[in-house]
Design a protein around this ligand. Structure first.
Ligand SMILES: [Zn+2]
Length: 305
């Protein structure tokens, strides 16, 4: 019986409990605490493998894209179980893979925002009240289902120092010039605990590759600015072929200040944003099985390089 649940929404608490349970069940799994959010929620990694090649996969940078979190949790569980049983996963020998690769995951970068969107917060909760007040001046955005930001109203995937001023100009012109349910870049790059912690953690892990899981669109973005990363396009094409997703150029209005942008700029190594599923966020759990099926081969290829 699996630990990871895909039959209920992955709340911040469920994600954290699942990480703890996986590390207790599988001796090969470990976890590290990155930081606590403004509302005291932990952001943890979940780590598997002992190999020299290190990769870092992140999910749920955006609150109403929480369906991406169980994709990573399930990937770690399936890989740990297959290695324990001496079996293959998606045609790959799990034990061998984990001798060659160390897989670092951060399954939920925005637990505060996820707590709001998944209904974990009651209207009496201080975080809920703060978010509702921010949302009131953006009546066109559904509340709380349209919420992407953290509870300070900063869009975490627009808070990285990689063309941040361009992102600021674009988003301010679109009316997101103050804390908002989405698209507010913050007062300065890395001014949020979540992004600061993930940037530090990325520097500490020093991975060969990063994936950042978002929803939705069934597309993969691989570029930042005009930086040439050797092999990145070819690997992107393999990821696209494995998942059935399209490898695309990032639209100009969302081409700056994201996590993968910052990684490509600072590390000059392959970094990808993977937009899973199709429809309106938050995607229904009925899509989970298809999303996992599409992304398992992609995850295995990204791990192996
Ligand atoms: Zn997103």
């Amino acid at each position: 019986m699996s630990i990871v649940r895909a039959d209920v929404p992955t709340t911040a608490k469920l994600c954290d409990d699942t990480i703890q349970a996986l590390t207790e069940r599988y001796p090969s799994c470990s976890t590290e605490l990155l930081t606590f959010t403004a509302y005291g929620r932990p952001i943890r990694s979940l780590i598997l493998g002992t190999g020299a090649r290190k990769v870092l996969f992140t999910a749920a940078h955006h609150a109403n894209e929480w369906i991406t979190a169980p994709v990573l949790l399930k990937f770690v569980e399936d890989l740990a179980q297959a290695a324990e049983d001496g079996e293959g996963l998606g045609g790959v020998d799990a034990k061998t893979l984990l001798e060659q690769v160390t897989v670092y995951t951060v399954p939920m970068v925005d637990p505060d925002g996820v707590a709001l969107v998944t209904g974990e917060l009651t209207p009496e909760d201080p975080g809920y009240a703060a978010a509702r007040e921010i949302a009131q001046s953006f009546p066109a955005i559904l509340f709380p289902t349209g919420w992407k930001a953290n509870l300070a109203g900063t869009d975490l995937n627009l808070n990285y120092p990689a063309g941040w001023l361009q992102a600021r100009e674009i988003k301010f012109m679109q009316g997101f010039d103050r804390p908002a349910p989405r698209d507010y870049v913050g007062r300065a790059p890395l001014d949020q605990p979540e992004t600061r912690a993930l940037a530090s953690y990325t520097e500490y892990v020093d991975p060969a590759l990063v994936l950042a899981f978002h929803s939705q669109g069934q597309v993969i973005y691989w570029q930042f600015d005009d930086i040439f990363v050797p092999g990145a396009e070819e690997l992107g094409q393999r990821l696209a072929q494995a998942s059935g997703y399209a490898l695309e150029d990032t639209p100009y209005n969302s081409a700056f200040a994201g996590y993968k942008d910052w990684f490509i700029q600072n590390f000059r190594r392959p970094g990808y944003t993977v937009e899973v599923g199709i429809g309106e966020n938050p995607l229904p759990l009925s899509q989970f099985d298809a999303i996992y099926r599409e992304n398992l081969p992609l995850l295995l290829i990204a791990a192996q390089g």
